[in-house]
Write a new protein. Structure first.
Length: 260
């Protein structure tokens, strides 16, 4: 099915000043492929940080440096939860299947050049265009395992020298994760892993700056896991903390919005 999606006015104004993409200067159409009918979910006002809800799915986010193992662990966690009978989906940002996502993909693969502010706003727009669908999935009882989220956007853009608070601003109002897991690995160790260097940001010195930016974002609510542990050990730990989070959400934990 298709739906007309509009970005927040503040985000549109910023994008409009920096980019020349006509797609971003007006509402644009998104296509959601689903076997089931999609019912609109009323979004809470950004003036209130809590969205009072009943039993729902959990929003689980995995963060970390490039090549820390996020994608592999997301796949393993998806398989584990499906095996336990949970309704669960694996998502990834950027979502390169959308119009905005294709612009981002072109940039990341070094096929196009964009101002640092512009690409940051495109990353944020890519998350915003999934916001309503994300809420609907969660409220239907589906748990979402997300490979990168707003924190990556802030960490990577601020590592380029952009103002930290400016980087956070476009994310205000997006759904806050119920659990953020940081897969901790040194930039040097990550650089030794296969496939490193294939995309724009996979450069050792830049990843060191990203690691420093992440330190400003990590708080006591995050769970940090040593990404150099055996894959099976990481998988076991993720299963434990994820199941605890899912139980809390099934008991009616309220959805909240960025930033707390």
């Amino acid at each position: 099915m298709s739906a007309v999606f509009s970005l927040p006015n503040s985000l549109l104004r910023n994008i409009g000043r920096i980019t020349k993409y006509p797609l971003l200067n007006s509402p644009f159409e998104l296509n959601f492929q689903s076997k089931h009918s999609f019912r609109g979910v009323r979004m809470g006002s950004h003036q209130h940080n809590d969205l009072k809800r009943d039993s729902r799915g959990a929003l689980i986010v995995l963060e970390g440096l490039d090549r820390c193992g996020k994608t592999s662990q997301c796949a393993r966690l998806l398989s584990t939860l499906e095996g336990l009978g949970y309704s669960v989906e694996s998502w990834r940002f950027p979502d390169r299947t959308t119009g905005v996502g294709r612009m981002i993909s072109s940039y990341l693969s070094n096929q196009s050049q964009l101002d640092d502010h512009a690409i940051h706003l495109l990353f944020s727009a890519n998350r915003w265009e999934k916001r309503s669908l994300m809420e609907a999935k969660l409220m239907s009882g589906t748990t979402l395992i997300v490979d990168r989220y707003s924190y990556s956007g802030v960490a990577f853009s601020s590592a380029k020298g952009l103002d930290f608070q400016w980087c956070k601003a476009p994310e205000v109002g997006l759904l806050a994760p119920d659990l953020v897991v940081y897969l901790d690995i040194s930039p040097e160790k990550a650089a030794e892993r296969g496939g490193y260097g294939g995309e724009r940001y996979e450069q050792l010195e830049f990843q060191k700056k990203v690691a420093e930016s992440y330190k400003k974002l990590i708080d006591t609510s995050w769970k940090t896991v040593d990404a150099t542990l055996p894959i099976e050990d990481i998988e076991k730990h993720l299963k434990e903390i994820t199941l605890e989070c899912i139980v809390e959400c099934q008991k009616g934990k309220s959805l909240s919005q960025l930033w707390p």
